[in-house]
Design a protein around this ligand. Sequence first.
Ligand code: F6P
Length: 359
Amino acid sequence: MPRIGLLTSGGDCQALNATMRGIVKTMINNAHEPVEIYGFKDGYQGLIYGRYDLMKPSDFSGILTRGGTILGTSRTPFKRLNTPEEDGVEKVPAMVKTYQKLRLDCLFMLGGNGSTKTANRLRKEDLNVIALPKTIDNDTFGTDLTFGFTSAVEVATRCIDDIHTTASSHGRVFVIEIMGHKVGWIPLYSAVAGGADVCLIPEIPYDIANVQAAIERRMEAGSRFTIVVVAEGAISKQDAALSKKEYKAKLAERTSPSIAYDLAHQIEQATGRETRVAIPGHTQRGGAPDAQDRIFASQCGVEAALGALEGEYGFMVAQRNGSMCRVPIEEVAGKLKYVDPQSDLVREARALGISFGDE
Ligand code: F6P
């Protein structure tokens, strides 16, 4: 009887349950024998401390549209794997022990970059691990798409849509801060989908003078309002020239809640125009997955399970150029996928008149 483990790690997203449903349905429909399913609670914490439930196939029914994760999740940073002094537990040996105690044939790990790094560590311990690319940020290296991304873009776009009406009524500048950690995928996609005027992303450092000029150009052309989308990880040209250490120290000194407030203040000072901030925050990870995410999550679940049934492990499920494939975990672990400033979408956004604040 195949024995499988499931865990969801890192920040949650809308399509985790849909993905697990895909794995379990595929296992059950194709294994030709009963499958024993262990669900680890709160990500790697469950594997480390032996907290899990023996689950029934019916636990995975009716969850295609349910956001979040029925298993719970947590962040267990890779660097904390070697901190037995915290609680006396050697984390990696503890995970290996739980896996062996349950005599698992395979562990399915639904997680982003940090979590995939840990999965790679477990692979080196000879555990049969399969990674599935979860994150709203779409920054997982080795795959064109991650599940969670399109749903987050949908939420961010709705926020930009909603802000349009109030910005227009009051003739204001709005700075909308969009998630994405160190990359600009959600901000870029939602800026295009929502018709933003300015889009500031980490991959293209901005100059506040260029942002000001873009706003003035728009107002002079007769617009009453301007929508500025700023990635939570956006950076000015000035700050980009600092060393990593200097920039970290600068961030530590920041007294405003986030970049959006600093930027709004700078814009108000520079243009004299009333400027407001809107931050959709964790709503970008909440609610039901959109249709595209449900499809992609299901595809990831199916491909991961089929791999396990074929006895292939140590890979991450990926989508490249529209096709599903398997990528060795060691090739992707610990690497980020950034927006290419020369990509078609950036070029097209510029053609639409969206300013990236770099010129
Ligand atoms: O990785 C997903 C993400 O939502 C990022 O976009 C964001 O920077 C981070 O997680 C927020 O993390 P937390 O939920 O721990 O505040």
